[in-house]
Design a protein around this ligand. Structure first.
Ligand code: GDP
Length: 365
């Protein structure tokens, strides 16, 4: 499935963040017997307050959240693209993920040395992204060599070669492929599908700060925010240590803890929610007495495709879907009353499922 790769230099709080994710996984593990537990992977529930609201109406035996996969990617140090440390392994692991979550150290602590000798988020980002760019330059330069041969006989190869050479200059300037001016053209997309640039992936920054920094951006966070905005990247502030403590508290306790700190939302929850969105995923619901459940689908899925999240037979034998929007389900107090009020729609094969739809599928077996 789609996943988010967690990267970061040593001693920035990456393990602490991953531990928090693993704890979130284990807290829910009993509900997800189909998920195998792997040491470098965390399958975490995607927080969604709507499920609890649906449950208040339906009183189900259990609630099941959508999940999101995080992969802890070890071994990124300066020189990784040249095979330093676990360099090559690192690069191939990252290639298999769709979104990169880069934990960046934004806190001072004399007792925790920084590998590079000082705290400097922009330098850290430059080291990591520099390694990704170098890896892209290598694959691109191989592709250019081949394109040069093909271009003699093939006009479309010539076109791609011209773009590839421009992209090469762009990368050599230290820029990310995803920000290349032609990144939304078909020819770029074709090239990217062949070589899968690491720097074409979405990057989210996890600005790992301390308690004070959570309340008010410190200078490290300010600098990183500016960089993120310039590069169209998401930045989410968190304190990894606090996130680790938050997991295991029940919802009310966690909320109280956050309120005491003076913050509204857990950073880790925001990371999970934003990550889900960046992967192009969304949820629809089923609401029965056995379970109220959130199902994961790609955005813009038709009703039969969405049905396949539950069972392939639902897609094959799809007849129609009964749909109530989340808002209507809540406003009218459940399926029966929403139906009475004329708020249940019958939708066919072409229907594009909307985020939060409460669905019931009719199908032939
Ligand atoms: P990694 O090498 O990036 O995986 O770093 P770790 O997660 O092991 O963290 C390195 C050290 O920094 C550990 O002693 C953590 O307890 C500490 N640490 C992690 N996050 C924070 C944080 O948000 N604030 C502070 N002050 N220390 C942290």
């Amino acid at each position: 499935g789609l996943s988010i790769g967690l990267v970061g230099l040593p001693n920035v709080g990456k393990s602490t963040t991953f531990n928090a994710l693993t704890k979130a996984q284990n807290a829910e593990a009993a509900n997800y017997p189909f998920c195998t537990i792997e040491p470098n992977k965390a399958v975490v529930p995607v927080p969604d307050k709507r499920l609890a609201e649906l449950a208040k109406i339906v009183n189900p035996q259990r609630i099941q959240y959508s999940t999101l996969d995080f992969v802890d990617i070890a071994g990124l140090v300066k020189g990784a693209s040249k095979g330093e440390g676990l360099g090559n392994k690192f690069l191939s692991n990252i290639r298999e993920t769709e979104v990169i979550l880069q934990i960046v150290r934004c806190f001072d602590d004399e007792n925790i040395v920084h590998n590079e000798g000082s705290i400097d988020p922009l330098r850290d980002v430059e080291i990591i992204e520099g390694e990704l760019i170098l890896a892209d330059i290598e694959v691109l330069s191989n592709r250019i060599d081949r394109l040069k041969k093909q271009a003699k006989a093939d006009k479309s190869a010539k076109e791609m070669l011209e773009m590839a050479e421009e992209l090469m200059e762009f990368l050599a300037d230290g820029k990310l492929a995803r920000n290349f001016k032609d990144a939304d053209t078909d020819i770029y997309k074709q090239l990217n599908s062949e070589v899968r640039f690491l720097t074409n992936k979405e990057i989210m920054y996890g600005a790992n700060t301390d308690e004070d920094g959570l309340l008010e951006d410190n200078n490290y966070v300010v600098a990183l925010r500016e960089h993120a905005a310039k590069n169209n990247c998401e930045l989410i502030k968190l304190c990894a240590k606090i996130e680790e403590e938050l997991i295991g508290l029940d919802d009310d306790e966690a909320q109280e803890f956050l309120t005491d700190l003076g913050v509204k939302e857990s950073g880790l929850e925001q990371i999970i929610q934003k990550g889900f969105d960046k992967l192009g995923l969304m949820s629809y619901f089923t609401a029965g007495v056995k379970e109220v459940r959130s199902w994961t689908i790609r955005k813009n899925s038709t009703a039969p495709r969405a049905a396949a999240a539950i069972h392939n037979d639902f897609e094959k034998g799809f007849i129609r879907a009964e749909v109530i929007s989340y808002e209507d389900f809540i406003t009218y107090g459940g399926e029966a009353k929403a139906k009475e009020a004329g708020k249940m729609r019958l939708e066919g094969k072409e229907y594009i499922v909307q985020d939060g739809d409460v669905m019931h599928f009719r199908f032939n077996v």
